[in-house]
Design a protein around this ligand. Structure first.
Ligand code: SF4
Length: 295
């Protein structure tokens, strides 16, 4: 792989730090320390520039992101997690997509704005955060005015997030697990719960509770929690954390659409959908605790 050269002097200092970090990459909690600027790849399998698998208006996201124009989703290939049940495994694990330059990515964002999208929704940006946010900055210089959504699996390092302060409008992290053994077995990340709580704290510190104007989210934190069968997602502990340590006004989407995908059929704990009662139980508990639960 050739060395990637980008004129980083065109970008703000936090983004220059993110880019330079890739010389010995610790952008995410994996801390692979590979030189992505020289073409090496680590756990996420992606070099310095992002691979994009698709970009377009998406109407399947939360209503507060979709509005009338759709959410302007940009799906990045690769991932810093290995969820056995990933529904997008062709993108996350097989890394199907096309490498884009920062200019091309910024251009895509401006196209989504022109098409009437309500926001720019960066899907799985953690491992390509440097280039993705440089593209945001460049697009803003060229007229991008939509809210920027950081739609992440929630395995993000606080050091990296701190450098995004003021650049991200809406953080939309997953909170997948509260038990380290489960996150290790199902997503190959034994520190996921601890890392995830710290990341959500930092995200909320930056943007606060979700703020919606005329039915459209403009700023804040929107947590996603996928209910897994057999209580594996630790819903109660996650809801307790949000209510007790983040804010009673936290907006949460408790998602019931889990179905066994990718490698899930090989593990009997996750080879079925959650029951209606398992999903209802998590929702009831979040409502009882006073969180703002999306329908
Ligand atoms: S972003 Fe990729 S290369 Fe960098 S630490 Fe994370 S997994 Fe490793």
């Amino acid at each position: 792989m050739p060395e990637i050269s980008v004129d980083t002097s065109l970008f703000s200092q936090p983004l220059r730090l993110l880019w330079d970090n890739m010389e010995s990459c610790t952008l995410c909690p994996r801390r692979c320390r590979v030189n992505r600027l020289a073409g090496q790849t680590g756990f996420c399998g992606i070099g310095a520039l992002p691979k994009v698998s698709s970009a377009g208006p998406h109407f399947g996201e939360e209503d507060v992101l979709v509005g009338s124009g759709g959410s302007g989703t940009i799906f990045f290939a690769g991932c810093n997690l290995r969820c056995m049940f990933c529904q997008n495994y062709e993108i996350s694990q097989y890394r199907w997509g096309e490498q884009l330059s920062i200019d091309q990515l910024a251009e895509q964002m401006l196209i989504l704005q022109k098409r009437g999208c309500e926001n720019i929704n960066l899907v799985t940006p953690t491992h390509v955060v440097a280039a993705a946010m440089m593209a945001v900055e460049l697009a803003k210089k060229n007229g991008l005015s939509l809210p920027v959504v950081y739609n992440t699996g929630g395995y993000d390092s606080v050091e990296t997030l701190k450098l995004l302060d003021g650049l991200v409008d809406i953080y939309m992290p997953d909170m997948k697990y509260s038990d380290a053994d489960i996150s290790s077995q199902l997503s190959s990340a034994d520190d996921y719960p601890e890392v995830n709580l710290q990341a959500v704290r930092e995200m909320h510190r930056q943007v606060g509770d979700l703020h919606v104007i005329n039915g459209i989210a403009v700023k804040g934190l929107l947590v996603r929690h996928l209910v897994l069968p057999n209580g594996l997602a630790g819903s109660k502990e996650i809801i307790d954390f949000l209510a007790d340590e983040i804010s009673l006004d936290t907006t949460i989407n408790i998602m019931g659409q889990y179905r066994p995908c990718y490698l899930a059929s090989s593990d009997e704990r996750i080879n079925r959908r959650p029951t209606a009662e398992e999903i209802a139980q998590a929702r009831r508990y979040a409502i009882k605790k006073g969180l703002n639960v999306l329908r």
